[in-house]
Write a protein that binds this ligand. Structure first.
Ligand SMILES: NC(=O)N[C@@H](CC(=O)O)C(=O)O
Length: 435
């Protein structure tokens, strides 16, 4: 099949060049063509009237679960979920079984991903087995194709080990992604506050996150090196990050749609689909996350796609696994921020494509001539009810089923090959509660 395309009459959004204009985009042999290039006779034609034409979305925080937890997700199903959500690339966290702390596992993931519907960028572990004792071999991980290191799912408790990780990773130009959690303070099931009290659940204070955010920023500052803070959920963390950025510390940070959409109230009557780590926070925290996306304190929207089977979720709240799926709902929930006037379309695409590509040093996130044609066509105004039929993941653990979302990806392309196309006749358009 040809992988040359002429996409006509779309709203072209390319944050790398600041371009936001109506126009056409030509792809020749899987690569974006320069302006004025002749259209090849075998090029397919796509009418993008009323659609956004954007660089392919990139999720820098996905759990693909393979190797080891294939009953929750595998590389194939996770990448299908990614394509359906408009993502052309996903960076997968190393908390698999075994942990991705060596070249063999990184290579295994990349080998499996060769036939998947999205590009896969493996993230290696900071410490061997993510046990927080000895550093993993970053040189070997980098050589095998890892794009960053993280012990996500667990904090690096030792400040000394974290300092060494920043220094060692810098030698290999590997970004360090930090899961910020003080385990002593973090022994609870949900956010500490009135809702936890009402439910009789032990709470996790906002400080469980922010004290470690402060530590990692202090380490970045004392070494002059960079650190990326994963899944930020609290106003206090954002104050710390904002102040650090203002004095020139090399810190970047991400959040996920559940933190700007929901609060701890969503736990309701012990709903385990509202249980994740970090937990859903207060209304003030949610507002702070929204403002931080608008003012640049937060750099990236990630999904933190964390699939779990019903076995791990249909149990007592305290015993239930942390995490929710997110690849298929992330764009729709993020489009709410544009609908609400908080973000421009260009800023949204920066948060979901260009910024993660830059932080991970990926040759992606742009529509520039010569770049591989990874692209997403988005209908920002196609309200629908998020339902099971929209899910490609093996798991169903999401609190967003039944929610009305304002728009979605209608076509995803990797290297000029269509990885997902929405059959619009099956789109449910029904009233329900707004996101
Ligand atoms: N984010 C989550 O709630 N869960 C993550 C791990 C983690 O970061 O705790 C998972 O892998 O399930």
């Amino acid at each position: 099949m040809s992988n040359s395309w002429l996409i006509v009459n779309g709203r072209i959004l390319d944050p790398a060049s600041g371009r936001d204009e109506q126009g056409d985009l030509l792809i020749i042999d899987g690569v974006f063509a320069p302006p004025g290039e002749a259209v090849p006779p075998d090029a397919g034609r796509i009418d993008a009237t009323d659609l956004w034409v954007t660089p392919g979305l990139i999720d820098m925080h996905t759990h693909l679960r393979e190797p080891g937890w294939e009953y929750k997700e595998d590389i194939r199903s996770g990448c299908q979920a990614a394509a359906a959500g408009g993502f052309t690339g996903v960076a997968c966290m190393p908390n698999t079984r075994p942990v991705n702390d060596c070249a063999a596992i990184t290579r295994f993931i990349l080998e499996k991903a060769r036939v998947a519907a999205a590009r896969v960028y493996p993230i290696g572990a900071i410490s061997q087995g993510s046990r927080g004792e000895l550093l993993a071999d970053f040189g070997e991980l980098r050589e095998a194709g890892a794009v960053a290191v993280s012990d996500d799912g667990r904090p690096v408790e030792s400040s000394q080990l974290m300092r060494r990780a920043l220094e060692y990773a810098n030698d290999f130009e590997l970004p360090v992604i930090s899961h910020c959690e003080d385990l002593g303070l973090g022994r609870g099931a949900m956010h500490e506050g009135p809702h936890a009290t009402r439910l009789g659940l032990r709470g996790i204070p906002a400080a469980a996150e922010s004290v470690m955010v402060f530590r990692d920023i202090a380490l970045a500052e004392c070494t002059g090196l960079s650190v990326h803070i994963a899944h930020v959920s609290t106003a206090q963390s954002l104050h710390i990050i904002r102040a650090a950025k203002a004095r020139g510390v090399r810190v970047t940070a991400e959040t996920a749609p559940h933190y700007f959409t929901l609060t701890d109230e969503a736990v309701g009557d012990y709903d385990t689909n509202a249980k994740m780590n970090p937990p859903l926070r207060s209304a003030d925290d949610r507002e702070a996350v929204r403002q931080a996306l608008a003012d640049g304190t937060l750099d990236v929207i990630v999904t933190d796609h964390a699939p779990h089977s019903c076995l791990e979720k249909e149990c007592e709240f305290e015993k239930a696994a942390n995490g929710i799926i997110g690849l298929e709902s992330s764009l729709g929930l993020s489009l709410c921020l544009v609908r609400d006037g908080l973000l421009s379309p260009l800023r949204l695409i920066e948060l979901m494509s260009l910024a993660p590509a830059r932080i991970l040093h990926l040759p992606a996130g742009t529509l520039a001539p010569g770049a591989a044609a990874d692209l997403t066509l988005i209908n920002p105004d196609l309200p629908y009810i998020f339902s099971e039929g929209d899910i490609r993941s093996k798991s169903r653990n999401t609190p967003f089923l039944g929610r009305r979302l304002p728009g979605r990806a209608v076509l995803t392309m990797v290297d000029g090959r269509v990885s997902y196309r929405k059959n619009l006749s099956s789109t449910a358009a029904a009233p329900a509660h707004d996101a």
